[in-house]
Design a binder for this molecule. Structure first.
Ligand SMILES: *[C@@H]1O[C@H](CO)[C@@H](O)[C@H](O)[C@H]1NC(C)=O
Length: 495
């Protein structure tokens, strides 16, 4: 395969020279995130026979190489490029993903987070992840399942908090295979402990980030719950908005497919709670079965110059068994649906809107939405057939945990260089105020409640970088942003 090999080499050379670099106060050499420069190096180090041995579908691999060649037009912002979803789908395919089998993509994601990436790819397939990521429990850590009082007034409800991990997050000195510093990139956890072993009904979910001793970890100390995607898999679980795709990137990433697994919750660092009783729903919930399996895609970010160990928390509100007739279904709306979720902001356009349209295929009642944007985002809206029904407004700097006083200072790298390291862009102020909450749209906020098959539902994520500071990479370019809405609907149960 001499032509493929030379394409990889050409990519390697061009990426190496194109990747913008920066220097921080620690004299650590920094490169813009997601340069992809390591991929060709990886390809060469493993060798073609090695790749053939790893990937069952060699033909797909060659397709992938060609797709990468076309899609990687902006070296620094690969994941937010429109073509990134195709590249990742092709990548998943070459690792064996089909409509009914997930392939080895989740193993590859473990490898991305390995300390010595090139060797880890093979190692992770054989022995599991190494170095960064999930590590053994810390002695004397706070309890894994601390006792909690119920957060809701629903009779017999329980609030169950589970600390997952711990996770070792690399410092700003360590680069992962995606070319990112201080980043645990989309780490799959294919089997999360469930809040109940038998059947129960989920009536609330929220997520957090903690140190070993149980203290909250947040951006004021350079630690980000960048994102969490929670999946539930089992008989009858179908992802409503990705099921038409042959391969969905987030699903393949956790070793699942859209016909057996659905996305049920998302958290960004703003850590918005999705609690049904707070949305006015006390007689319906998401039915979890003993046959279900929870999994997650976890991305954590560390802006410190030392590695950090943190626990991801999920707090579930449940009622044992299935006491309610009506069921809550969760619909995942996403401006980069079934792909990376990331979008590169337009250049020189501080105000912009990202959009996603979905044709409903169920009859239900809208009960609430959680919106997710990145810094710079003002709000998300949900519309039905062109009429707005729900709006989630963002709030910034709601507590000291969300304010970085010395963003560009000596002890902490700049916030807006999050992935790429201390940035030049906003270092002059040294202060970054981050998105701290998104209003949950529910109850009287909702203008149109009825969801019918065939309606057009539109998610819009609105950004204004003049109003709220966005994150920038080391070379001053905007970091990728997102637009997601987790939509809770009530489906009437049969009498
Ligand atoms: C869970 O619910 C299903 C369906 O109603 C039932 O068949 C199963 O026995 C239940 N499992 C337990 C442990 O109660």
């Amino acid at each position: 395969m001499p032509t493929l090999r030379s394409l990889f080499l050409a990519l390697a050379v061009s990426q190496t020279f194109a990747a913008p670099t920066a220097q921080n106060t620690y004299n650590v050499h920094l490169e813009k995130r997601q340069s992809l420069s390591d991929w060709p190096a990886l390809a060469n180090s493993v060798g073609w026979d090695g790749w053939k041995a790893i990937f069952p579908d060699w033909q797909s691999f060659t397709t992938w190489v060609q797709t990468v060649g076309k899609a990687v037009t902006t070296p620094g912002n690969f994941l937010g490029e429109p073509g990134a979803t195709d590249v990742l789908v092709a990548w998943a395919r070459m690792m064996g993903a089909t409509k009914s089998t997930p392939g080895l993509m989740s193993a590859a994601l473990d490898a991305v987070n390995c300390e010595i990436a090139a060797h880890c790819l093979i190692e992770s397939v054989l022995t599991g992840p190494d170095g960064y990521g999930s590590i053994p429990d810390i002695p004397n850590a706070a309890p894994r399942k601390p006792a909690m009082k119920s957060r809701t007034a629903v009779p017999n409800s329980e609030t169950i908090k589970i600390r997952y991990g711990p996770y070792k997050v690399p410092s700003m000195k360590t680069k992962n295979l995606m070319g990112q510093y201080g980043m645990l990139f989309n780490l799959p956890n294919k089997n999360l402990e469930k809040p109940c072993e038998g059947n129960c009904t989920l009536i609330g979910m929220s997520s957090g980030l903690e140190y070993a001793d149980g203290k909250t970890a947040n951006v004021n100390e350079g630690l980000w719950l960048h994102h969490l995607i929670l999946f539930n898999g089992g008989p009858g679980r179908v992802d409503t908005t990705c099921k038409s795709r042959d391969v969905s990137v987030p699903h393949a990433s956790v070793g699942a497919v859209t016909s057996n697994t659905e996305r049920i919750f998302a958290a960004g660092n703003e850590r918005v709670e999705g609690i049904l009783p707070n949305m006015g729903v006390t007689d319906a919930g998401y039915k979890l079965y003993d046959t279900d399996r929870l999994s997650a895609l976890i991305e954590l970010m560390n802006e410190n110059m030392e590695d950090k160990i943190v626990y991801l928390t999920m707090t579930y509100d449940i009622v044992r068994g299935h006491p309610f007739k009506d069921e809550i279904k969760i619909i995942w709306m996403d401006v980069r649906q079934c792909g990376t979720s990331e979008v590169n902001p337009p250049k020189d356009k501080p105000q912009f809107t990202l959009e996603y349209k979905w044709t409903s295929d169920l009859d239900a009642e809208l009960v609430g939405t959680i919106g997710h944007v990145h810094d710079g985002g003002t709000h998300t809206t949900l519309s039905v057939n062109g009429e707005e029904t729900c709006r989630n407004n963002g709030a910034y700097g709601g507590s000291p945990e969300y304010i970085q006083e010395n963003g560009g200072g000596h002890t902490q790298p700049a916030a807006d260089g999050a992935h790429a390291g201390p940035a030049t862009a906003h270092a002059e102020t040294g202060r970054m105020v981050h998105l701290s909450d998104m209003h949950v749209c529910s109850g009287k906020d909702i203008e149109i409640r009825e969801m019918r098959k065939g309606q057009e539902w539109t998610l819009r994520a609105h950004y204004d970088f003049e109003k709220n500071k966005g994150m920038k990479a080391a070379d001053g370019e905007w970091d990728g942003v997102m637009g997601i809405s987790v939509v809770f609907v009530r489906v009437k149960g049969k009498d």
